[in-house]
Design a protein around this ligand. Structure first.
Ligand code: GLU
Length: 295
């Protein structure tokens, strides 16, 4: 049994938590069909967090994947699958987002929780009026005890205004709502010194006290998923946003969703990045510069 650090213990007392789940964790890779068992477990974990008295925000991918499946298009990355045009992708996200919400509403409803949908683009943060409006809406929903389900507005997001991945989006949401914890559920256990799939000597890092250049360069290795858009690099961008905004962040494997309550119970699971609030951190300026950095 791992000994837990005082930083892990502190996770028991978090008040407002953003949880991000990726497309690959929500669908069966072979068929592209929704994984209802996983979704049900996720919802149950989140409802339990609510019952502990925490505010909960879910950032869920899977709109495009669900739309592809609805339209009988092969799942991304599977044999015989075709790349979608921008218009097809936008159409699939419109179809799939509604499906996704339908399932979430049904599952959260079983535990008497109310959900709300928030779709964002880069403009939601960069444009002052949009940002203030979105921030106010989040605040009101929190006040009402509702669980916001957030995604990028892929139906209208093109290169110029897209955030591009939900790791980054979830950290932006954490900053906007003043969350004190962000949990990124991924298809990897956390941060390694190198890509563990290619380097057997790669070491697991369970805690990052400060996000130095050394750690950021470890994030260059990507995950194996074909479905989502987030590799480890986007998780490092998320870590920068979250920790500078005053939130701790944990990357954990989504293959076992009980990891969510185990993290909240202070267990040594995944990689914990400690918050270092930076009062000079300017979220809109950082987000505006994202594409320029990504290239
Ligand atoms: N917003 C995309 C979707 O819902 C996924 C983006 C991501 O996985 O990072 O399909």
């Amino acid at each position: 049994m791992d000994t837990t650090s005082k930083e892990r213990e502190a996770l028991k007392h978090k008040k407002r938590v953003v949880v991000k789940i990726g497309s690959s964790s929500l669908q069966h890779s072979e068929t592209g069909g929704m994984d209802y068992v996983r979704m049900e477990r996720l919802v149950r974990e989140l409802c339990d967090m609510k019952n502990r008295g925490m505010d909960v925000i879910l950032v869920s991918s899977g709109a495009i994947a669900a739309g592809r499946n609805t339209m009988h298009l092969k799942p991304k990355g599977s044999g015989g699958s075709v790349a979608l045009t921008m218009a097809e992708k936008q159409a699939c996200s419109a179809i799939g987002q509604a499906r996704l919400m339908e399932i979430y509403q049904k599952l959260f409803g079983e535990y008497n929780q109310i959900t709300a949908q928030i779709l964002m683009t880069k403009n939601t943060i960069v444009d002052d009026m949009n940002r203030v409006n979105a921030t106010n809406t989040f605040a009101e929903l929190m006040e009402m005890g509702v669980i916001p389900v957030v995604n990028e507005n892929d139906t209208i997001a093109t290169y110029e205004i897209e955030i591009g991945d939900n790791d980054t989006l979830s950290a932006i949401v954490a900053a906007m709502v003043g969350a004190d914890l962000l949990i990124l559920l991924s298809d990897i256990d956390g941060l390694y010194t190198d890509d563990p799939r290619t380097n057997p000597d790669a070491e697991f890092i369970s805690q990052v006290n400060e996000l130095t250049e050394e750690y950021l360069s470890m994030g260059k290795a990507s995950t194996g998923s074909n479905v989502g858009t987030g590799g480890m690099n986007t998780k490092m961008i998320a870590a920068r946003i979250a920790t500078k905004s005053g939130a701790d962040m944990v990357i954990s494997n989504s293959n076992d969703l009980s990891n969510i309550h185990r993290i909240i119970d202070g267990e040594q699971i995944g990689t914990l990045f400690l918050a270092h609030e930076d009062p000079g951190f300017d979220l809109p300026v950082f987000v505006d510069g994202l594409h320029k950095k990504k290239g």
